[in-house]
Ligand binder design. Structure first.
Ligand SMILES: Nc1ncnc2c1ncn2[C@@H]1O[C@H](COP(=O)(O)OP(=O)(O)OP(=O)(O)O)[C@@H](O)[C@H]1O
Ligand SMILES: [Mg+2]
Length: 165
């Protein structure tokens, strides 16, 4: 595990544990993939989990994101996540990328990014389906935050080429 502090957030004490992993363990058919894993992820830094193939890194991320139910306790900013479903953990502030990225082949790069940003918007299914003013405002804000000036239609579309796996 490597912790690299990169920035200090205003009003946040450095070294304050944002994510706490406490005694996490999980077995698959009697094979212990993780046993008594404990560490803190401090605020305002980049923390890396390193280890050889099969060490349990992805399994740990699956426990943190709620894909697997594990022993021990995982808490975010003091709030236990253990009883929360994956989508509630996302709402609490957890997000992840996957070892094998799954992109929508027929969507633009920006639209794929906006899909990820959707979890941080408030408009919901019906307002998005109806393209309500709130939904469009949030989409423009997400696009700006992604570094774009607005959703691209046409020019950047990849056509029907499949993205590399
Ligand atoms: N769903 C599962 N069912 C059975 N065994 C599993 C399952 N998920 C993970 N494992 C086992 O848990 C162990 C840890 O695997 P994991 O994929 O977490 O390792 P990793 O550190 O991410 O490896 P890599 O560097 O290759 O990505 C392995 O022995 C793996 O076979
Ligand atoms: Mg892995």
């Amino acid at each position: 595990m490597i912790n690299v502090p990169v920035m200090e957030e205003k009003g946040q004490a450095r070294g304050d544990a944002l994510l706490r992993i406490d005694g996490v363990g999980i077995s698959f058919q009697g094979v212990k993939a993780l046993e008594e894993v404990s560490f803190d992820v401090p605020r305002g830094g980049v923390t890396s989990v390193i280890g050889p193939n099969g060490a349990g890194k992805t399994t740990l991320f699956n426990c943190i994101t709620g894909l697997y139910r594990s022993e021990g306790q995982i808490s975010l900013a003091g709030r236990p996540l253990d009883r929360l479903a994956s989508h509630d953990r996302v709402a609490a502030g957890i997000s992840r990328t996957f070892q094998t990225p799954a992109l929508l082949d027929d969507a633009t790069v920006l639209d794929n990014v906006l899909l990820g940003a959707h979890a941080r918007t408030a408009a919901g299914f019906w307002r998005c389906a109806a393209r309500s003013p709130l939904a469009r405002r949030e989409e423009r804000r997400s696009a700006r935050r992604s570094g774009s000036r607005g959703p691209s239609r046409g020019a950047a579309r990849p056509g029907r080429r499949r993205s590399p796996r």
